[in-house]
Design a protein around this ligand. Structure first.
Ligand SMILES: Nc1ncnc2c1ncn2[C@@H]1O[C@H](COP(=O)(O)OP(=O)(O)OP(=O)(O)O)[C@@H](O)[C@H]1O
Ligand SMILES: [Mg+2]
Length: 391
């Protein structure tokens, strides 16, 4: 059976690495064959465990392995030719340094860590992924979908055009790629789609780590909208660094009041999602002893591999003879949503996120009857036959 994958994400410094490491430790202690992976170039996983880890899978203790993927090297290994070509193309218009800068899209190299998951998926019971604070990792997975069928067509078309034009490169004025570049780009495209499908699958859940602070709460709300829109299953939020009751010093009175208010807000906002919390420990969390303590605070007697909230981010079904697509879109206002139907695709725009849903065959020929936003759910109802375009 493929591994249960748990992804930890959240704003910078909230405790993603600590939560990921503590969860991995507990999984291993419970007897699951566990791999903990980091896609963060800062590689703090090793600091958290207080053990060297590195770019190759390393056994850390019974049932626990760790790896800190060097995403940058991984990207150049996998995608070197296409990147080199894009740089070459850009350097016609910009100087080389600037071209390099443009290619350094935040988060792009991290995606290559996600591609690695596929390699390990059948070798472990559980894979825990600690991500970088940028929050771009999962966002990048939306890329192949946004490019969609157009991307595939373009790859095919450019391949042909390049073949014809290559001998006239000087006249065209831009360097033309070898067709192998397109093969590689195509391969990457397919692999990104595979990674996206794997991570939106039923064995993968995302846990968002936040602190009881207003900026963290807002960021988590935005993350929730994105995750739901793209079909990533968030099964819990982890509220970290909560001041414990034992803290009596009046200096912290205001902090405690504020945290209480924010914890209430988190509860109201994210229900029915499971909300777990970790107190602010006496010191920073380094080494297996303290990680074990954090795991106990976090999960108590619960199995960390449990899917704590089973609700799916979106579903397709039939009600009163009409097909519908229902997407959970909390923290979204009606005026922020824009829906466009184009051939076999439905484009849902929420603010500046854009989701392109390839419609299932049953509704492709139908038109959108109505779309309604209620209680945090967007429901799109389909009906009848779509009018054929006049020739
Ligand atoms: N509950 C806690 N009590 C005390 N210290 C904590 C707690 N959780 C995390 N820390 C400490 O806070 C610091 C940041 O935690 P951590 O590295 O897990 O955050 P992160 O979200 O992974 O950060 P980054 O965004 O930089 O990757 C670390 O020094 C860690 O030991
Ligand atoms: Mg970290």
């Amino acid at each position: 059976m493929p591994a249960r994958v748990i992804i930890f994400t959240g704003k910078g410094g909230t405790g993603k690495t600590t939560s990921a490491a503590a969860t991995a430790l507990l999984c291993a202690r419970k007897g699951y064959k566990t791999l903990v992976m980091s896609s963060d170039p800062a590689h703090s996983l090793a600091d958290s465990f207080d053990m060297p880890i590195g770019g190759e899978v390393k056994k850390l203790m019974d049932n626990l392995w760790g790896v800190e993927i060097d995403a940058h090297t991984e990207m150049h290994k996998e995608w070197g030719t296409a990147i080199a070509y894009a740089r070459q193309l850009l350097s016609v218009q910009y100087d080389d340094a600037l071209a390099g800068e443009i290619m350094a899209i935040p988060g792009i190299d991290e995606v290559f860590t996600l591609l690695k998951i596929k390699k390990f998926i059948n070798d472990y019971d559980v894979i825990i992924l600690d991500t970088a604070p940028t929050g771009h990792t999962l966002r990048m997975l939306a890329l192949p979908e946004a490019v969609g069928g157009a991307g595939q067509k373009l790859i095919g078309l450019e391949k042909k055009v390049t073949k014809v034009l290559k001998p006239f490169e000087d006249m065209v004025g831009v360097p033309l790629p070898e067709s192998s570049t397109f093969d590689e780009t195509e391969k990457l495209y397919v692999r990104l789609m595979e990674a996206k499908n794997l991570l939106a699958g039923k064995n993968t859940t995302v846990r968002i780590v936040l602190n009881p602070e207003i900026m963290c709460i807002r960021e988590t709300e935005r993350a929730m909208t994105f995750m739901n829109l793209f079909g990533f299953h968030v099964d819990s939020v982890i509220l970290n660094k909560v001041l414990p009751k034992e803290v009596k010093d009046p200096y912290f009175d205001k902090w405690k009041k504020l945290q209480k208010k924010y914890m209430k807000e988190v509860e109201l906002s994210f229900k029915p999602l499971s909300i777990m919390s970790i107190p602010l420990m006496e010191t920073e969390v380094v080494g297996t002893k303290l990680l074990g303590d954090v795991a106990r605070e976090l999960y108590g007697k619960k199995d960390p591999t449990t899917i704590f909230t089973s609700e799916k981010p979106f579903d397709i079904g039939k009600r009163k003879g009409k097909f519908y697509i229902r997407i959970k879109l909390p923290f979204t206002k009606k005026e922020d949503i824009d829906i466009e139907a184009a051939d076999d695709r439905l484009i849902i725009k929420v603010g500046w996120y854009k989701r392109v849903l390839t419609l299932p065959a049953v509704v492709v020929r139908q038109s959108v009857k109505k779309a309604e936003l209620k209680n945090g759910y967007l429901t799109i109802v389909f009906e009848g036959k779509k009018k054929e375009k006049k020739k």
